[in-house]
Design a protein around this ligand. Structure first.
Ligand SMILES: [Zn+2]
Length: 1030
C-alpha cells in the first residue's frame, strides 16, 4: 500500500469534516491546509500549492529559512569557524565503534580536504566548539548592571541559568546575531518539498511507506559530505545535517569559513532544563498546592506535590500553555503564543488527594445554563437573594430551580457553598439522567473482548499460550467500582487467522463451543447468548477455553491473517449486546489475507489500495458510534503498516502497543505488564467531551485520540486515565480582564459499572492587555505538548519541511515578541528569554529531533507512525519525559536516603567513564555503564566481578539482596509507576556498539539522524530573533 492514497484521499475529509484532524488541518477551521496559524491569515504561512515548494517562512520580510541559493549575501560576511576543532576539545569525544550498519549510509569521517559543510557552529559535543566569530550575541544577561536573580523573582527577563551563573566574562560568549547559522529545521527534510513532487509525496511517510522521493533516495545514496558524522567521530565543522541540506551549495572554500579561534561555550551558561526542574522542586515540591486562584501557574509536572481542589481543576486534569490569555486577538497574533489547554479528564489522582465527588440531582439531572448549556460550577454568580444566577460563560441570567435554592451570605455567596462540590470545586461528577443515555435507555456495563491472532507464527512463538495463561489470572482483576465486590464488565473471546472463531462460554456449558465465521467480507456475529459473559459466573468454561486455545491451533500452518474484519466482528458483537467496550487485539503480521482492509507490503508502491481507506474510515466511524474502543497489541518482526493498522485504535481512544521482534523470554514481562495495566485502567466508555468557554474566545482545534463529527463534540469510544486531549483556543472578541477566561470541560461517559455520568472540569485563567503578563504565566511543558501534537497532526497534510519551519519560526517569533515588548533596553545581539520559556528552545529542538519530524529514510516508517500515534494522545507529563528523557547518575546514589538522585542534562558531557546512568523516556529505558564504573556497584547490581563480565543480553536486573540492587529496583519501579507504557530495560556498556542507540537519547547533543545540538539550535533561534527584530 502507499501513503499516497492515504493523503490524496483523506479518509474522513469529505464525509466527516473535522474528524480527528485529517481535514481540519491547522489553521482556523476554514483554512484546512495550514499549520502555523498564529499569524495573519495572509501571512506567508498560506497553504502551499500542490507540487510547489515553499521556501519562505511565515514572517513576511524575514529571511527565508530554507536553504539560501548559492552566492546570496547570506554567506558574504561569513567568518564562521568551520575548520577542525582545536585539539583541546578532542578529549571530550569518545572514539567509539562505527555506527551500526542499519543506521543507513555510512558517513565518512571528517576530512579537511573535503568540501566544507554548511556554516556551522558546533560539533555534536554540543557546547565545546562554539565559534567565537559569533561575537555579538551575549548569552544570558540583560546587560551589565542587571541582577539576574531579581529578574527571576519578578518574572521578568530571566537569566539563562539558575544558580550557577558563570562569571560575567563568560556571559559574553557569543552566538551569532543574524548570522549564517542554518536553521536545523531545514536539514534533509528541507529537501522533501520539491516542486516536482506531487503533494502526497511530501507527506513524508507517516501514514504509509516512505514515498518514492527522488531527493531522499539520491541523498541516501550519495556520500553525505564532510559535515555529517555519527556521534563518535564528530570533529570538525559539522552542523546537524547541514551538508545534507546543502550538498555542495556552500559557495567559496574552506578559507571563507575559517574563523577566529573558538572559545569554549560553557554548557552551564545556557538554560538548563534540569535546573528549571530542580528549582521548581525546591520551591514547591512536597507542598500543598491549592487551586484557589484564577490564573495561578501550577508546579511543573516534574514536581511532586499534593493538589487541593479549591475551585479550579487540578493541574493533573488541565494544564495550559499560559495561565493568562492576551485580552485581544491582536495581542495574541503579535505574541503567537498558542493558547491551549491539555485536558486529561480521567487522570489518576494519588491516594493522598481527594477523588471526585459525584453529585446526584435525581431525576432533574445536572443544572445547566439555559443558553450555553454550561453546567453548574463555581463560575456561576448567584444574584437576587439567590433566586437567580448569572452564567459565567455566556452571562445569561437563569432562574435557580426551587430544589436548588439557597440563601446568600453577606458577601453574596450561597450559604451551602462548601457543601456542594458543584459550587466550590474545580472538578466533580454528576449522575446523568436518561436524557444523557443512548436511546434514553440506561447503559449496560461495558464488555471486554479478547481477540487473538492464532496464525502459525503466534502459535509457534508461544505468544498465544502466554496470552491465554495470563488471561486466566488477569480476568479476576477487571476494574470495578470501589464499593462493588466484583467487576460488572463482561468478557468475550475470539480467535482468528484467515477466518474468525467465536466462542460460546455460557456458564451452563460443560465445554466451550467454537463457531467459525469464514465469510470475512460480511462479518456477522454467530451467537449472542453466551458470547459475552460474567467471568465469575463462567469461570470454569472460560478457563477451559483458555487452556484449549493453544492446543486447538497447535498444528496450524495458516500464516495469513485478516485484520479489519476482526475489528468489525468485535464491534458488531458489542453492538448486538447493546453495550460499549474495549477490544484487545493481539496481532503479529501484515494482514494480507483476502478481506476488507487487506494491507500490502510497502514495497508494492504501485498497488494503491484506496479501498483500504474506505474500509478503515467506515470502521472507525462505526466503532465510535457504538462505543467500541480498540486496543491493539502488535508483535511485528517486519513492516506491518502501523499507520493503517493503528488508525482505528487512534480514533477510538484505544492504545497501541508495539513489541518489535518479540521474544518470549526477553519481552514477556514488558508485554504482560502493559496488558495488566491496560485491563485494569480506569476508563470512561462511550464518551463525548465538550469544551465551553466564556465569551470572547472559543475552542477551535482538538488534538488527541479522538474522533470529531462536527466542530464541537469530541467523541471517544473510550477514554482512559492516560489519554489527554489538547484543545486550542482562539479569540472571537476582546476578553474582559475582570472576568478572565473561563473554561469548562464536560465529559459524558459510561462508567465501568455501567452508570452514565458527567465529569466536569473547570478552570479560570486571567486575561491581560500586558504581554508581559502572558509571558510570565506560560508553561513550557504544556507548550511543547501543544507543539508536538499540532506538528504531528500537521505532517499528514503538509510537507515535513513546512511543519519544521513553522516550529522554528514560531519559537523565534514568540521570543522576539517578548524581547521587543517586554524586556528592557539592551543590545540587539543579546538573547533574552522570558523566565517561563527559557527552556523552550531546548525542548523545541528535542521535538524537532524526534523521529516523527526527521525525514530520514533509515528510520522505519512503522516506528515513526507508532511514535506519532503515541504522542498525539499524551498528557503533559508524558510529553515532557518523552522529549527530554530523565538521565540519572546512579553512581551517586545515596543509599541512606529515599530520594532519587537529581537528574543530569541529556548530553554526553555529563557521562563519565566511572559512572553508571539510568535513562528513561517513557518508552525506553537504558542502564549505561561506564568502562570504569565502580566494581562494588557492578557487583551490587549484577553480581559479577567486573565490567567485562556484565551481560548486556538481560532485560532486567537480577534480584539481589544488597542495598545497591534494592535501591535501583525501587527507583526503576518508581520511574515506571505512573507511565502508560512499560519500558524495557536495555543494558548498554560504554564503547560497545549498542551505545549508539542510547546516544540518540542524549538530546542536547547533535543526533545521528541530523538533529541539531542544543547550542546550534539556540544559535539558529537567536538568528531568527535578530532578523525579526531588525
Ligand atoms: Zn451560559
Amino acid at each position: 500500500m502507499s501513503q499516497q492514497g492515504y493523503v490524496a484521499a483523506p479518509p474522513y475529509s469529505q464525509s466527516q469534516p473535522g474528524i480527528g484532524g485529517f481535514s481540519a488541518g491547522f489553521g482556523s477551521p476554514n483554512s484546512s491546509l495550514h499549520y502555523g496559524h498564529y499569524g495573519d491569515s495572509n501571512s506567508s504561512c498560506s497553504a502551499p500549492q500542490p507540487g510547489v515548494s515553499k521556501s519562505t517562512v511565515p514572517f513576511g520580510s524575514s529571511a527565508p529559512v530554507g536553504p539560501p541559493p548559492p552566492g546570496t549575501h547570506q554567506f558574504s560576511q561569513t567568518n564562521f569557524q568551520n575548520g577542525p576543532s582545536t585539539p583541546g576539545q578532542q578529549p571530550h569525544r569518545f572514539q567509539g565503534p562505527p555506527p551500526p550498519s542499519n543506521t543507513g549510509p555510512s558517513y565518512p569521517s571528517y576530512s579537511h580536504q573535503s568540501q566544507p559543510a554548511y556554516p556551522n557552529t558546533a560539533s555534536a559535543s554540543s557546547t565545546t566548539q562554539l565559534a567565537t566569530q559569533l561575537n555579538s550575541m551575549q548569552i544570558n544577561s540583560y546587560g551589565p548592571g542587571t541582577t539576574p536573580s531579581s529578574r527571576v523573582s519578578s518574572g521578568h527577563p530571566a537569566p539563562f541559568q539558575g544558580p550557577q551563573l558563570p562569571p560575567p566574562t563568560q556571559q559574553q560568549i557569543a552566538l551569532p546575531p543574524g548570522s549564517q547559522v542554518p536553521p536545523p529545521a531545514n536539514n534533509v527534510n528541507g529537501l522533501c518539498a520539491q516542486s516536482s513532487l506531487p503533494p502526497m509525496a511530501r507527506q513524508d511517510g507517516i501514514p504509509g511507506p516512505v514515498p518514492p522521493n527522488p531527493n531522499l533516495q539520491q541523498l541516501s545514496g550519495q556520500p553525505p559530505g564532510p559535515g555529517y558524522h555519527p556521534q563518535q567521530a564528530n570533529y570538525g565543522p559539522q552542523m546537524a545535517g547541514s551538508q545534507l541540506s546543502y550538498p555542495g551549495a556552500f559557495p567559496g572554500g574552506p578559507a571563507q569559513l575559517v574563523g577566529p579561534q573558538q572559545k569554549k561555550l560553557d554548557p552551564d551558561s545556557i538554560p538548563s532544563p534540569i535546573q528549571v526542574i530542580e528549582n521548581d522542586k525546591a520551591s514547591k515540591g512536597g507542598q500543598i498546592y491549592a487551586t484557589n486562584m484564577r490564573g495561578q501557574v501550577p508546579p511543573l509536572v516534574t514536581t511532586d506535590c499534593v493538589i487541593q481542589d479549591q475551585g479550579h481543576a487540578s493541574p493533573r486534569y488541565i494544564r495550559c500553555t499560559t495561565y493568562c490569555f492576551p485580552s485581544s486577538s491582536d495581542m495574541a497574533k503579535q505574541a503567537r503564543i498558542p493558547l491551549a489547554a491539555v485536558i486529561q479528564p480521567f487522570a489518576v489522582v494519588p491516594p493522598n488527594e481527594t477523588p471526585l465527588y459525584v453529585v446526584n440531582h435525581g431525576e432533574t439531572g445536572p443544572i445547566r445554563c439555559n443558553r450555553c448549556k454550561a453546567y453548574m460550577c463555581p463560575f456561576m454568580q448567584f444574584i437576587e437573594g439567590g433566586r437567580r444566577y448569572q452564567c459565567g460563560f455566556c452571562n445569561c441570567i437563569n432562574d435557580v430551580p426551587p430544589f436548588f435554592f439557597q440563601h446568600l451570605d453577606h458577601i453574596g455567596r450561597r450559604v451551602d457553598h462548601y457543601e456542594r462540590p458543584e459550587l466550590s470545586l474545580g472538578s466533580y461528577e454528576y449522575l446523568a439522567t436518561l436524557d444523557y443515555c443512548r436511546n434514553n435507555k440506561p447503559p449496560k456495563p461495558p464488555a471486554y473482548i479478547f481477540m487473538i491472532d492464532v496464525s502459525y507464527r503466534n502459535i509457534n512463538s508461544g505468544l498465544v499460550k502466554l496470552i491465554c495463561d495470563e488471561l486466566k489470572t488477569l480476568l479476576d482483576k477487571l476494574p470495578r467500582e470501589e464499593q462493588e465486590e466484583s467487576s460488572a464488565i463482561r468478557v468475550g473471546f475470539v480467535t482468528y487467522n484467515k477466518v474468525l472463531h467465536f466462542f460460546n462460554v455460557k456458564s451452563s456449558l460443560a465445554q466451550p463451543q467454537m463457531m467459525v465465521v469464514s465469510d470475512v467480507g460480511e462479518v456477522f456475529v454467530p451467537l449472542l447468548d453466551g458470547f459475552l459473559v460474567n467471568f465469575q459466573e463462567s469461570r470454569s468454561v472460560v478457563i477451559n477455553l483458555l487452556d484449549q486455545i493453544p492446543e486447538m491451533f497447535a498444528d496450524t500452518n495458516e500464516s495469513e491473517t485478516i485484520f479489519a474484519p476482526v475489528i468489525q466482528a468485535g464491534m458488531e458483537a458489542l453492538k448486538a449486546a447493546e453495550c460499549a467496550g474495549k477490544l484487545f487485539i493481539f496481532h503479529s503480521s501484515l494482514p494480507t489475507a483476502e478481506a476488507p482492509g487487506k494491507l500490502r507490503n510497502r514495497d508494492d508502491k504501485k498497488l494503491l489500495n484506496t479501498d483500504k481507506e474506505k474500509v478503515f474510515s467506515t470502521l472507525t466511524r462505526d466503532c465510535v458510534a457504538n462505543g467500541c474502543c480498540v486496543n491493539l497489541f502488535l508483535f511485528p518482526n517486519q513492516y506491518v503498516d502501523v499507520a493503517s493498522m493503528g488508525l482505528v485504535t487512534m480514533y477510538t481512544g484505544g492504545t497501541l502497543y508495539k513489541y518489535n521482534n518479540f521474544q518470549l523470554d526477553a519481552d514477556s514481562p514488558q508485554f504482560l505488564t502493559d496488558l495488566r495495566k491496560d485491563v485494569g485502567k480506569k476508563t470512561g466508555f462511550d464518551a463525548i467531551m465538550r469544551v465551553r468557554t466564556s465569551t470572547g474566545f472559543r475552542a477551535t482545534d482538538f488534538f488527541g485520540a479522538i474522533y470529531m463529527n462536527n466542530t464541537t463534540d469530541v467523541e471517544m469510544a473510550a477514554v482512559d486515565c492516560d489519554k489527554a486531549v489538547t484543545v486550542e483556543f482562539k479569540h472571537d472578541d476582546k476578553l474582559n480582564e475582570d472576568s478572565g477566561a473561563l473554561i469548562q470541560c464536560a465529559v459524558l461517559y459510561t462508567s465501568i459499572s455501567g452508570q452514565r455520568r458527567l465529569r466536569i472540569h473547570n478552570i479560570g485563567l486571567n486575561c491581560s492587555s500586558q504581554l508581559a503578563d502572558v509571558y510570565k504565566t506560560c508553561e513550557t511543558d504544556a507548550l511543547i505538548n501543544f507543539f508536538a501534537k499540532s506538528a504531528f497532526k500537521a505532517i499528514l497534510s503538509q510537507p515535513l519541511k513546512t511543519v519544521r519551519e513553522i516550529l522554528v519560526t514560531q519559537t523565534a517569533h514568540m521570543l522576539a515578541c517578548y524581547r521587543k515588548n517586554c524586556a528592557g533596553p539592551s543590545a540587539v545581539s543579546q538573547l533574552i528569554l522570558p523566565d517561563a520559556m527559557k527552556v523552550l528552545p531546548v525542548y523545541m529542538n528535542c521535538l524537532l529531533k524526534s523521529c516523527v519530524l526527521v525525514g530520514r529514510p533509515e528510520i522505519p516508517t512503522d516506528e515513526r507512525a507508532y511514535h506519532r500515534q503515541l504522542v498525539l494522545s499524551m498528557g503533559v507529563a508524558d510529553t515532557q519525559l518523552f522529549f527530554y528523557p530523565q538521565l540519572l547518575p546512579l553512581h551517586s546514589l545515596d543509599l541512606k536516603s529515599d530520594t532519587v538522585p537529581a537528574a543530569v542534562r541529556c548530553s554526553e558531557e555529563r557521562l563519565s567513564d566511572g559512572g553508571v546512568f539510568l535513562l528513561a523516556n517513557g518508552l525506553s529505558m537504558f542502564l549505561w555503564l561506564g568502562v570504569s564504573a565502580p566494581p562494588e556497584l557492578i557487583q551490587g547490581l549484577f553480581n559479577v566481578p567486573s565490567f567485562a563480565h556484565i551481560s548486556t543480553e538481560a532485560t532486567s536486573l537480577p534480584d539481589l539482596d544488597n542495598p545497591f540492587s534494592k535501591k535501583l529496583k525501587s527507583i526503576l519501579q518508581h520511574i515506571q509507576s505512573q507511565k502508560p507504557y512499560t519500558m524495557k530495560l536495555m543494558i548498554v556498556k560504554q564503547r560497545e556498539q549498542p551505545e549508539m542507540l542510547f546516544r540518540q537519547f542524549l538530546v542536547e547533543d547533535k543526533s545521528i539522524y541530523g538533529g541539531a545540538s542544543y547550542v546550534d539550535f539556540l544559535c539558529c533561534v537567536h538568528k531568527e530573533i535578530c532578523q525579526l527584530l531588525s
